[in-house]
Design a protein around this ligand. Structure first.
Ligand SMILES: [Zn+2]
Ligand SMILES: [Zn+2]
Length: 244
C-alpha cells in the first residue's frame, strides 16, 4: 500500500473542510460558499425580463410577448433561465457533468431560485431524464441534482423519477428543427404509477439550447393531463454563436 498517497488523500480531505470557500468559477477565496466572487459575478450575464413566455430579450416595442411566441405558442407555458450560456456558465456545466464536481449543482440551484420565483408557485420540479446507459456511465443526472437541491432549499417538491428516457437519443447539434423533433419524439415516458393529471410541472435542465428535448417532455406531460409545463434551466443559449 502506498502510505504517502493515502496520507496525501486524507490530508486533502481534511483541508477541503479547513479551507475557506472558493469561487466555483475561478477558485478565488470568497466570503460565501457556492457563490461567485465579485469578478465572476460581474462577468456572468444574468437573465431577467424578456418575453413573458420564452424569456428571450424583447425588441423595444412595449409588447410583453415576442413575435415567435405569438405566432406559434410553444408547448412550454414559460421558460426561465438563470444565466446566458457563456464561458463561465459552460465551465460549470462541463465540470459538473464530466468533472464530477457535484457541489456545483448547489451554485446553479442558488442562482436558479430567482427565475424559479417567476414560475408557478408550488409546481412540481421534474428533471429532464438521462437514458440509463448515460446514467450508468456518469453515475448521476446533473439535472436531478439541481432539481433536488432547489427543492431542498426552496421549500418545493421535486420528483427526479417522474420521467424516464425510453431510448438513447443522438446529439441534436447541427440538426434542423424538424430533425430534432423527430430525434426526440417518443424518447420519453411517464414512469408507471406517477400522477401527472392536473399538476403544474416545472421541467429542470442544465442548458436550454434549441428546446426540442424540453418540448418533447412538455408534449408528453400535456398528453398525460398536466395542467401546465414550464421550464427552468441554469443556462440558456441566447446567441447561437455561443454554442460550442
Ligand atoms: Zn471567481
Ligand atoms: Zn417569446
Amino acid at each position: 500500500m502506498n502510505l504517502t498517497a493515502t496520507a496525501g488523500r486524507a490530508g486533502r480531505f481534511l483541508l477541503d473542510f479547513a479551507l475557506p470557500p472558493r469561487c466555483p468559477a475561478c477558485g478565488t477565496i470568497t466570503a460565501e460558499v457556492d457563490l461567485f466572487c465579485d469578478g465572476c459575478w460581474r462577468e456572468v450575464e444574468f437573465l431577467g425580463g424578456g418575453c413573458a413566455t420564452c424569456g428571450l430579450p424583447l425588441e423595444a416595442t412595449g409588447a410583453e410577448t415576442c413575435g415567435a411566441c405569438l405566432a406559434e405558442p410553444p408547448p412550454l407555458t414559460r421558460i426561465r433561465s438563470a444565466v446566458a450560456y457563456g464561458d463561465t456558465a459552460r465551465s460549470l456545466v462541463l465540470r459538473l457533468k464530466y468533472g464530477r464536481k457535484t457541489a456545483l449543482a448547489r451554485t446553479m440551484a442558488h442562482y436558479m431560485r430567482r427565475p424559479l420565483g417567476e414560475l408557478t408557485p408550488g409546481a412540481l420540479l421534474v428533471p429532464v431524464p438521462l437514458h440509463r446507459r448515460r446514467l450508468w456511465g456518469r453515475g448521476f443526472n446533473q439535472a436531478a441534482l439541481v432539481a433536488t437541491e432547489l427543492a431542498r432549499t426552496g421549500g418545493c417538491q421535486a420528483d427526479p423519477l417522474l420521467l424516464r428516457r425510453t431510448r438513447h437519443t443522438p446529439r441534436l447539434k447541427g440538426m434542423s428543427v424538424s430533425e430534432r423533433r423527430r430525434a426526440v419524439g417518443g424518447a420519453f415516458a411517464v414512469r408507471a404509477g406517477r400522477a401527472v393529471r392536473g399538476r403544474n410541472i416545472i421541467l429542470v435542465d442544465d442548458v436550454y439550447t434549441s428546446g426540442s428535448t424540453a418540448a418533447a417532455c412538455a408534449r408528453l406531460l400535456k398528453r398525460n393531463g398536466a395542467a401546465s409545463v414550464e421550464l427552468l434551466t441554469w443556462a440558456r443559449v441566447v446567441r447561437p454563436t455561443t454554442i460550442r
